[in-house]
Design a protein. Structure first.
Length: 364
């Protein structure tokens, strides 16, 4: 099995207000019961104007359709490869803080010790990403000599990881291996997918160094896809499971997101009610059980079983891209009832604590 051929993506520069951050490290929520960092699951774009648009905008903040602006000016570290020269790469990523896909990217950047700057996007107007025809998040603007736009969390992670490991190709060349492909759903909706997005574009020698045996690569790709296609869809039904949980979720969205005063009030109360009912539709769409916690518990324990008892992480002694993806998705629930229940009723806690510790140790 080999990746498909690709065509170059258009380059696009962007600008916006930025706030510098280092590694985003937080204490475990099940110990401190602090508000969650981010939460939500995949949500489609939509809405028109007025209250409906506001509610949907707030929902998008939970769904990974906004962006994070990152700019790296310090040297990049790759744990199994030579260090890159200082200042060799600048990154700009636009986010909703409460987006699980953005959380995945942050986990990846933090683990690799990449400092970055954030542009928080207003989920209603989204003026911060008006430069982009791609209206979902995260969006990463990368500059390794010339500005380049990367879309889709898995593409971002695969492309940057490839760049860290391999010095043969420019970042622009690497990104061209992940071409966007437009398709139309059964309902007539046009969607964009990215080919090869779980592949690292490495030569044979580099592949052997990162993946000593073929099964290691296959396993990593399988579970990265699982995180995107299944795990992320369990978040919204669980954090909006009851009216109380929905209100707690939206309370966090409003406090941590970029809302005006009136927008925030409207989003918090109307959005909580709306998403409580939306979560019921999501439960039906994804054929979840009446008690959606059971699906969450089963998925989490399935992951723990796949990691096994003889490995610290799926990647062995250090996390691989699957570990970072699963951790990034799950941590968006921190501080919420769903997260505490997951910690109490599954076997995830030891692995999760190890992930926190290794990211804190390796991060900037």
């Amino acid at each position: 099995e080999r990746p498909l051929s690709a065509r170059p993506q258009p380059k696009m520069a962007g600008a916006g207000r930025v706030w510098r951050v280092g590694a985003l490290l937080y204490p475990p929520a099940w110990r401190l019961r602090a508000p969650g960092r981010a939460f939500g699951a995949a949500a489609g774009r939509g809405g028109s104007s007025g209250g409906g648009r506001l509610v949907l905008g707030a929902a998008f903040a939970l769904g990974g359709t906004a962006g994070l602006c990152l700019a790296a000016r310090q040297r990049l570290r790759e744990h199994s490869a030579a260090e890159l020269p200082a200042g060799s790469l600048q990154l700009t990523l636009y986010q909703y803080k409460t987006c699980p896909f953005c959380s995945k990217v942050r986990a990846f950047l933090d683990y690799h010790g990449l400092p970055y700057e954030i542009v928080e996007v207003n989920p209603i107007m989204r003026k911060e990403i008006k430069f982009s025809s791609y209206r979902k998040v995260p969006i990463l603007l990368a500059n390794a000599g010339s500005p380049l736009q990367l879309n889709d969390s898995s593409v971002i992670i695969s492309a940057i990881k490839t760049y860290l490991v391999s010095r043969r190709n420019s970042l622009e060349e690497i990104v061209s291996f992940y071409p966007p492909v437009k398709t139309v759903t059964e309902k007539g909706k046009e969607v964009v997918e990215y080919e090869n997005k779980y592949w690292l574009m490495l030569d044979e020698k580099e592949t052997k160094r990162v993946y000593p045996v073929k099964e290691v690569r296959v396993e990593e790709m399988k579970w990265r896809k699982w995180a995107d296609d299944w795990l992320v869809h369990l978040i919204s039904p669980n954090v909006y499971r009851t009216p109380k949980e929905a209100l707690a979720s939206f309370d966090y969205i409003v406090r941590e997101g970029k809302f005006g005063t009136l927008e925030g009030l409207f989003a918090k109360y109307v959005g909580a009610v709306a998403m409580f009912f939306v979560s019921k539709r999501l439960k039906k769409r994804h054929q979840l059980r009446d008690d959606v916690r059971e699906d969450l518990y089963e998925a989490v324990n399935e992951w723990v079983k796949a990691v096994g008892k003889n490995r610290l992480f799926m990647g062995g002694n250090q996390p691989n891209l699957a570990d970072l993806a699963v951790y990034g998705v799950l941590r968006v629930m921190e501080g919420l009832e769903a997260f505490d229940d997951m910690m109490a009723h599954t076997n995830i806690q030891p692995w999760y604590q190890r992930m926190e510790e290794v990211i804190e140790k390796t991060g900037v």
